[in-house]
Design a binder for this molecule. Structure first.
Ligand SMILES: Nc1ncnc2c1ncn2[C@@H]1O[C@H](COP(=O)(O)OP(=O)(O)OP(=O)(O)O)[C@@H](O)[C@H]1O
Ligand SMILES: [Mg+2]
Length: 223
């Protein structure tokens, strides 16, 4: 059973949580580690052949070499691209059940050296009403990785996200600045240095647009 269990959350939707999760999983695997992966709830799934296909969960499984059943890795899948409880209401499906998620996670992490859990949106997004991803991180004993989308406006939401995680008493591995597009704007060029001055949380590194994850990020997470 692994004690290296991480929640990959981010400053927003579309900031690179899955991209970073896949890169981390692939790099952990390359070091000979068994990587468990989970996307407890995925919304915005497309229907294919009568089933709702979770593309994030599938990508993470592929990168991490997971061959577990999709119902274990991603037990709650919704068509509507909304926060999970709102998607459940709109799709007329049951909302996520936390007991079931923690049971699935235990099974996954028991068979892993390192486990990665991707959230939906950011850390304060509810997975069910009145229960957000910070609650889930606490319940599943996850260390938080905050993926910061390197763009204008990310400083505010990065500091708020890290502050919220800290206030909720969570372990924070650090923040990782991710270039979802080439870093050419003044904001993208200066954000790393600015954020370092604004938070005491560790900087795990920067993931450049279409470039591999630096080895030092993995070293830090395994230290
Ligand atoms: N470092 C990167 N280099 C190139 N493209 C990237 C990088 N990071 C993210 N992207 C692209 O940006 C888009 C959003 O990334 P991704 O799906 O990883 O974000 P996310 O935070 O997981 O989104 P969601 O909230 O939907 O789960 C994708 O098209 C992805 O390929
Ligand atoms: Mg994603």
């Amino acid at each position: 059973m692994t004690s290296r269990k991480f929640l990959i959350t981010g400053t927003d939707t579309g900031v690179g949580k899955s991209t970073v999760g896949c890169a981390l999983g692939f790099a952990f695997r390359a070091r000979g580690l068994r990587v468990g992966v989970m996307k407890p709830a995925e919304t915005g799934c497309e229907e294919r052949g009568g089933i709702l296909e979770p593309s994030d969960a599938r990508a993470l499984m592929l990168a991490c070499g997971s061959t577990l059943p999709i119902d274990l890795v991603c037990p709650y899948r919704y068509r509507s691209r909304l926060a999970p409880p709102a998607a459940a209401e709109r799709d007329n499906l049951p909302p996520p059940d936390i007991e079931r998620i923690t049971r699935c996670f235990r099974e996954i992490s028991d068979a892993s050296d390192v486990a990665l859990v991707e959230g939906v949106g950011g850390i304060a997004v509810p997975i069910k009403w009145g229960y957000d991803y910070a609650d889930l991180a606490a319940a599943m004993d996850l260390t938080v990785i905050v993926v910061v989308g390197n763009r204008l406006g990310c400083l505010n939401v990065a500091v708020l996200t890290l502050g919220y995680a800290q206030k909720r008493g969570l372990r924070i591995a650090g923040w990782l600045l991710n270039d979802t597009e080439p870093a050419v704007t003044p904001a993208a060029i200066t954000n790393a240095a600015s954020l370092t001055k604004m938070t005491a949380a560790p900087c795990l590194g920067t993931m450049r647009y279409k470039e591999p994850l630096a080895k030092s990020v993995i070293d830090r997470l395994l230290a």
